[in-house]
Design a binder for this molecule. Structure first.
Ligand code: FAD
Length: 322
């Protein structure tokens, strides 16, 4: 087995997703002496994206460019990853616990007959062993897992393991590998985006999330304004999505997105266990609710008891002064 750790990065609209840099930092934590090889797939040139991975700590990068890698499919990415693994024989693989990571890694693990530890939020050392920590029971407990054999295969939850500082002076090779991605049984014809503007919810450092208390789609406007002044994204409870105040793409929770921003502002959200499952690991939680007994205050670091329609405009006004 080589001394290489593969980090599968993700590119969207020619931008690398932050979690790719966090995965490099995680790989360094797993083995500071390993050679970190970044891997990127797309249908267009990836040289500058590869250089970006090197600036964030990768030692070299392998890129695969093919028309069939324009959009993610488990078959297309699976073929490419398996061929690279076959060639490099890495001692482990790290990827973001994103929708792509969640779909791709079990397939690859099963093909390799390897174990997979997913949704890792922290890594501890026990002697030479890596201990991977992941939330279970909707974030109410954490389990610590190790691999029974030497091969390491993990996905890491975005926003939990800090990326290394960017160092543009780092050098490393970006090699393009020709792989013929063929015989796909499914082909993506088009991707219709529902939320194309603003900050990506799963990578946002600040999230302003609205619940049923926001009362209407119109009522979400001040939340968008608050998110805007804070440079953040808007999310929602399922209550708000079910009531058609916003799109399900914004739903946070057990059956929605799992987020861990630096700041989570829950507005008119009661704090049901299924909602907490998606946001309770946020670094700082602020709750705005008119009911002082609301469960959301039990996990909030700061609470404002009041009518959101009065509180939000005041917050926006004050933040704009800073
Ligand atoms: P509510 O519980 O109705 O709370 C509204 C809150 O707004 C109240 O606390 C109220 O005091 C406050 N409020 C009202 N007016 C104002 C005002 N003017 N100013 C300030 N505060 C105000 N939920 C999720 O969020 N995500 C999930 O992924 C999810 N998955 C689920 C999966 C399953 C299998 C099931 C059964 C449920 C799931 N739910 C999920 C639903 C969850 O149980 C709750 O029903 C939902 O989270 C409630 O949404 P809410 O807090 O917006 O609404």
């Amino acid at each position: 087995m080589s001394d290489k750790l593969l980090v599968i990065g993700e590119v969207r609209d020619n931008d690398i997703r932050n979690v790719s840099f966090e995965a490099i930092a995680a790989a360094k934590q797993i083995d500071a002496d390993a050679e970190i090889v970044g891997v990127l797939f797309s249908d267009s040139d990836l040289t500058s994206a590869g250089e970006e991975l090197i600036a964030y700590g990768a030692d070299s990068v392998v890129t695969v460019t093919h028309d069939n890698l324009k959009t993610y499919t488990s078959e297309g990415y699976g073929q490419a990853v398996l061929e690279i693994i076959d060639e490099l024989s890495p001692k482990g693989i790290v990827m973001g616990h994103t929708s792509i990571g969640k779909d791709l890694t079990p397939k690859v693990a099963s093909r390799l007959s390897a174990g997979l530890i997913s949704d890792v939020v922290d890594i501890e050392k026990n002697g030479d062993d890596n201990v991977f920590i992941r939330p279970i029971y909707s974030g109410k407990a954490f389990e610590k897992k190790t691999f029974a054999d030497d091969f390491i295969f993990v996905t890491i939850r975005p926003n939990n393991i800090a990326a290394l500082e960017k160092d543009a002076s780092r050098s490393g090779e970006v090699n393009t590998k020709d792989i013929d991605i063929k015989d796909l049984r499914t082909i993506v014809k088009d991707v219709v985006r529902k939320t194309s503007e603003g900050v990506d919810l799963s990578e946002a450092n600040v999230i302003v999330a609205g619940g049923r208390g926001v009362k209407s789609a119109e009522g979400f406007k001040p939340l968008y304004e608050l998110a805007d002044v804070l440079g953040g994204a808007v999310g929602a409870s399922r209550g708000a999505c079910d009531a058609d105040y916003c799109d399900y793409a914004l739903q946070i929770g057990q059956t929605g997105k799992v987020v861990t921003p630096d700041l989570y502002i829950a507005v008119g959200i009661s704090g049901a266990i299924q909602h907490l499952a998606g946001m309770s690991n946020s670094k700082v939680i602020v709750a705005i609710n008119k009911d002082a007994e609301s469960n959301i205050f039990n996990i909030a670091d700061y609470g404002i008891v009041g009518d959101l329609f009065e509180v939000i405009p005041l917050l926006i006004e004050e933040i704009k002064k800073v």
